[in-house]
Design a protein around this ligand. Structure first.
Ligand SMILES: [Zn+2]
Length: 316
């Protein structure tokens, strides 16, 4: 790229910034990530499933290739595959002694592929402590998240994306840990089973205000719903705050009774039957541009074809 790489805030001001798609579901389909469907009861909302990122050290070529596909499709940001990369989650999956190694390897791969063409974000998700044990373990969750953020900063990410948090309380401690790192931070909640409130009972508008007050440079939602289902909650957030809105919807069709694909019986082994067409992401790119949504990407179910459509929509 000829022009100097812009910081994420500059990119959003010129936005919409086109992010990347979902890594774990796509790499699970390609045979490099364990869904946990053979061992744990998934879709229960009690911290089930595996979907951990050890592919970064076990099959680095597979991860490198998916980064390349997103970059070629138009991603301006590559997320290091550090989702579910805390010591809590990796430890339960049997990778407790390799937490540091996995986080550093994932960032290194993303930076190699990004070069001067894209920014690299560190992905930080919820632990599964709060959904398993309740809010009395928030301090422990915070320690795990803070440790991972230290690794990501040392590995050299440009900024952080806090994503797929179900409880605003856990997002708050994560944002405190992110603020201590000094890294710019995008914060997105996941809403289930309905888009009207998060798991600890806050509306999208309330969640947006709290995340913005804690210093997030952009706030929004990711995963669980497809773009048409997610749009009303994004608009509610946009009307409540002044910071940019970020959105990384899933590519799966949900129902009027359940706006959350991970709660549907199709998760994880029949997701192909609820896959939405990529056209929905081209439409979403156009809408995002028109409505001032400043960071757009895709989550679960979005491979490079979806990101290419999203980029085409956003740049139309
Ligand atoms: Zn997702």
């Amino acid at each position: 790229m000829d022009t100097p790489m812009k910081a994420i805030t500059d990119l959003m001001n010129a936005g919409p910034v086109v992010g990347d798609g979902g890594y774990l579901i796509e790499l699970e389909r390609r045979g490099y990530v364990d869904s946990g469907s053979g061992s744990e009861q998934v879709g229960t909302g009690r911290g089930s499933g595996q979907f951990t990122p050890e592919v970064a050290i076990e099959h680095p070529d597979a991860l490198r290739e998916l980064h390349r596909e997103f970059l070629h499709a138009g991603s301006q940001v590559l997320q290091a595959l550090t989702f579910f990369g805390t010591r809590e989650k990796l430890g339960r999956a049997g990778y407790g002694s390799q937490v540091e190694e996995i986080n550093f390897a994932a960032v290194k791969l993303a930076k190699e592929v990004a070069g001067e063409q894209a920014l690299v974000a560190g992905s930080v998700s919820r632990t599964q402590l709060v959904e398993r044990q309740g809010s009395e373990v928030l301090a422990t969750a915070r320690d795990h998240i803070a440790e991972q953020i230290r690794f990501l900063k040392e590995a050299g990410v440009d900024f952080l994306i806090l994503e797929t948090f179900f409880h605003l309380a856990e997002m708050k401690v994560a944002l405190e840990a992110a603020a201590e790192s000094g890294l710019p931070t995008v914060a997105t909640m996941s809403f289930r089973p309905l888009v009207t409130q998060c798991s600890d009972g806050h509306s999208p508008a309330e969640a947006a205000r709290v995340m913005a007050d804690l210093g997030a440079i952009a706030v929004g939602a990711n995963c669980e719903q497809d773009p048409p289902r997610m749009l009303p909650l994004l608009r509610e957030m946009r009307d409540a705050i002044d910071v940019p809105i970020a959105a990384q919807p899933a590519a799966f069709r949900t129902t009027d009774e359940c706006h959350s694909f991970t709660r549907l019986r199709e998760f994880p082994d029949a997701l192909e039957t609820i896959q939405i067409p990529r056209q929905a992401f081209a439409d979403f790119g156009r809408i995002a541009k028109r409505e001032g949504i400043r960071y757009i990407g895709g989550c679960c179910g979005c491979n490079a074809a979806y990101i290419r459509s999203l980029a085409q929509g956003a740049r139309a």
